[in-house]
Design a protein around this ligand. Structure first.
Ligand code: GLY
Ligand code: GLY
Length: 302
C-alpha cells in the first residue's frame, strides 16, 4: 500500500497575517513524517510523531501555545487510537507536559485503562519518564495577552474564538501505513477561558478521533461541546461506508451544524486509503501527502 498522511492545525478563523504560519506548520509535519512512513514507520508512530511536531509549534492550541483557562492555567487533552484493534489511550486536563499525545499512547500501551485525567495522568506521565515543564514553557505572549483581554469580559463565550480573528487551534493527524493499518491522534489546549477541569472532545473516543481499519480514521477540531454531542469522528467513520470520502466529510459537518449548531472541521482517511476533509468554521489549516513527492498544504475557507 502507498502510505497516507493528513494533518490539521485547527478549524477556526485565524487572521490573514497568521495564515502562513498555520500553513507552514502543517506542511512541515507532513514533510517530516511522510518520508519515514514511506520507509516503513507504523501508522501509530507516524500519527504520534506528526502531532508531536504540531504540539511543539507555538502557532497552535496544543502543547506550547495552548489557550489559558479561566484561572490563567494551561490544561491539555489528547488521544491516540489504533485502527487494528480499536485500542486507544487518552489524557485530559493534564498540566506541564509538552507532548500529551505521547502520554496518551503510554496510557494505551502500558495500562489497562483508556483515559487518565488531571493529577493521576500527571503522576503516570512522570513515572513514565516524561519531563515536567515549568508553566511558562508552554505559555506564549499571544495567549497571555488574549487571556488578559477576555478575562473579565462578561460577554465572552468559549465558542467565540471560532469566529473571531483569533489564531489558535487544535492539532491532529490521521495515517494509513504501508500495511494498510490506520491510526488517528488529536491534541489540544481546549477552548479559551474554559472552566478549570473542563474536558473537550479531543480525548473522547469517537468525538476527537477514531480509527478502525474496517471503516476509516478521523481527527476532528472545533468547538468541543458541539463535537462531543454528535461523536463527530465516529459519525464520519460510519458515513465512509455509504459515501465518497469528501461527501461523507461534508455530511458529518452537516450533522454537526444542523443537529447542534456546532462549529468544527474533520480530516480523515477511509478504509480504501482516500482522504476526506470538511469544515464549517471560517477557515481550516491542513496538509496531506499526495504521493511521495508532493505535499498539499491548505488554509481552506468555508
Ligand atoms: N482549540 C479548539 C479547536 O480548535 O478545536
Ligand atoms: N476541539 C477542542 C476543544 O474544544 O477542546
Amino acid at each position: 500500500m502507498i502510505p497516507k498522511l493528513i494533518v490539521h492545525g485547527g478549524a477556526w478563523n485565524f487572521p490573514k497575517e497568521t495564515e502562513q504560519a498555520h500553513r507552514n506548520g502543517v506542511k512541515y509535519a507532513v514533510e517530516t513524517i511522510y518520508p519515514l512512513l514511506l520507509d516503513g514507520m507504523s501508522a501509530l508512530d507516524a500519527a504520534e510523531k506528526a502531532v508531536n511536531i504540531l504540539e511543539e509549534d507555538p502557532t497552535y492550541d496544543a502543547g506550547k501555545g495552548a489557550f489559558l483557562n479561566e484561572i490563567g492555567e494551561i490544561e491539555l487533552d489528547a488521544m491516540i487510537m489504533d485502527g487494528r484493534d480499536l485500542s486507544f489511550g487518552a489524557v485530559a486536563a493534564i498540566q506541564n507536559f509538552l507532548h500529551p499525545v505521547s502520554i496518551a499512547r503510554k496510557v494505551m500501551e502500558k495500562t489497562e485503562h483508556c483515559l487518565l485525567v488531571g493529577k493521576g495522568a500527571q503522576s503516570f506521565a512522570q513515572a513514565e519518564g516524561f519531563s515536567i515543564l515549568a508553566s511558562e514553557e508552554l505559555l506564549t505572549e499571544r495567549e497571555l495577552t488574549f487571556f488578559q483581554k477576555i478575562q473579565n469580559d462578561p460577554s465572552f463565550r468559549t465558542y467565540h474564538p471560532f469566529d473571531m480573528n483569533k489564531p489558535s487551534d487544535t492539532v491532529g493527524a490521521v495515517v494509513m501505513d504501508h500495511h494498510g493499518n490506520l491510526a488517528a491522534a488529536t491534541s489540544t489546549g481546549g477552548t479559551a477561558r474554559k472552566k478549570q477541569g473542563r474536558v473537550g472532545d479531543s480525548p473522547i473516543v469517537g468525538a476527537g478521533a477514531y480509527a478502525d481499519n474496517q471503516l476509516g480514521a478521523v481527527s476532528t477540531t472545533g468547538w468541543g461541546e458541539s463535537i462531543m454531542k454528535v461523536l463527530l469522528a465516529k459519525a464520519l467513520c460510519d458515513l465512509f461506508s455509504k459515501y465518497s470520502p469528501i461527501k461523507a466529510a461534508i455530511k458529518s459537518i452537516d450533522i454537526l451544524e444542523k443537529r447542534v449548531s456546532g462549529l468544527g472541521g474533520v480530516i480523515g482517511i477511509n478504509a480504501a486509503g482516500n482522504y476526506a476533509f470538511a469544515h464549517n468554521t471560517p477557515k481550516m489549516a491542513f496538509a496531506y501527502a499526495n504521493g511521495p513527492e508532493k505535499v498539499i498544504a491548505k488554509i481552506k475557507s468555508a
